[in-house]
Design a protein around this ligand. Structure first.
Ligand SMILES: NC(=O)c1ccc[n+]([C@@H]2O[C@H](COP(=O)([O-])OP(=O)(O)OC[C@H]3O[C@@H](n4cnc5c(N)ncnc54)[C@H](O)[C@@H]3O)[C@@H](O)[C@H]2O)c1
Length: 319
């Protein structure tokens, strides 16, 4: 079962298991439509899955805050991937209380229902945001310093997984994702947004000086790492970073995108100050993963370079 099955990581997780012949139950309230109008384009992940897998993909249009429905759906499931969340800096700043309601209340529902249904494993989609800002590479034992309600809520979810293990014997793996990107990600996220702006010949807005760094991880690598963690006992009750160990500034990211798109000399950049939509207080200026633990336990390293990943996205937007 996958919560957030209409999202980037959720829909690719469904795709992975369905394509192997498993039946997957998806839960999503399709809330992203709230942000992206009513033209129907935002539920393309759900449509693609329903059209591709027929009866092997069963979608429930349910909110994870609805404990009664969640309890019923989780009963009898093997592995639960909990990936539903309100994601994106702007959205989480605009509605911090809803973020807490979904991330804490909804997550507690999923954890409680999974523990009582005695599922084999719960995968909890946490975030690199729990580390806050750090010039050093972030490893799983690094200091935790959340800078936003979203990050604090993720940390509560992590702690609740551990408590449920202690109290009810829940088996879990916590995955801290670092900037996952890929086709079908919407324009809240920087890579998709830059590509769409370049295609539309629009001005590219960059907050601050563009020197802030991120660890951009291509969806195929993130899914392989997620599935390795989900299907191996060695990751039981562990926390694992999902990243690449490569740090890229927003300026360098834009350079890479414009060079892949052959648009180096024809874009207009606008550097803007942080504001109340994107505040400086919660900005993370340096972020790079250490995935030493993942490599040691599960013997995998991401394979997709940033250039290749961007090339795939450009082909997706401009077939
Ligand atoms: N993409 C990243 O870079 C990244 C980084 C760190 C952590 N994560 C975490 O990984 C998970 C998946 O991220 P994603 O990139 O696929 O996000 P996404 O926004 O693409 O997908 C999230 C999905 O959750 C659904 N959802 C939101 N609130 C819900 C609710 N109350 N009930 C049911 N469904 C609800 C949304 O409709 C959406 O389809 C999230 O938990 C996110 O916090 C992602």
């Amino acid at each position: 079962m996958v919560t957030g099955s209409g999202g980037l990581i959720g829909s690719e997780s469904v795709h992975f298991f369905c394509s192997l012949g498993f039946t997957v139950i998806g839960i999503d309230n399709n809330m992203r439509q709230v942000f992206f109008g009513e033209d129907g384009s935002t539920d393309w992940n759900q449509k693609r899955l329903l059209e591709s897998y027929g009866e092997r993909y069963i979608h429930h249009n349910v909110d994870i805050r609805d404990l009664k429905k969640i309890t019923k759906i989780i009963d009898g499931k093997d592995i639960v991937f909990h990936l539903a969340a309100i994601v994106g800096v702007e959205e989480t700043q605009l509605s911090p209380w809803e973020v807490l309601d979904v991330e804490v209340g909804g997550t507690m529902n999923i954890i409680n229902a999974a523990a009582h249904a005695k599922v084999k494993k719960l995968i909890f989609g946490s975030s690199s945001e729990v580390y806050g800002d750090s010039e050093a590479a972030m490893h799983e034992d690094s200091k935790l310093a959340p800078r936003s309600t979203y990050a604090a809520a993720k940390l509560i979810g992590e702690e609740y997984c551990k408590a449920a293990q202690h109290e009810f014997g829940l088996n879990f793996t916590i995955l801290r994702y670092f900037n996952i990107y890929g086709p079908r990600q919407d324009q809240r996220f920087v890579i998709s947004r830059f590509i769409e702006k370049i295609i539309a010949d629009e001005i590219i807005t960059i907050y601050g000086d563009g020197k802030q760094t991120r660890d951009f991880t291509y969806i195929d690598d993130a899914i392989t790492m997620t599935m390795l963690a989900a299907t191996s006992d060695i990751s039981n009750c562990q926390i694992l970073n999902i990243g690449t160990e490569k740090s890229t500034s927003i300026n360098d990211l834009l350079n890479t995108i414009t060079s892949v798109m052959n648009k180096k000399n024809s874009i207009i950049k606008n550097f803007v100050e942080y504001d109340n939509i994107r505040s400086k207080e919660i900005e993370v200026f340096n972020r790079t993963a250490s995935i030493a633990k993942f490599k040691t336990l599960l013997n995998y390293e991401p394979l997709t370079s940033l250039e290749t990943g961007i090339n795939n996205l450009v082909k997706f937007y401009q077939p």
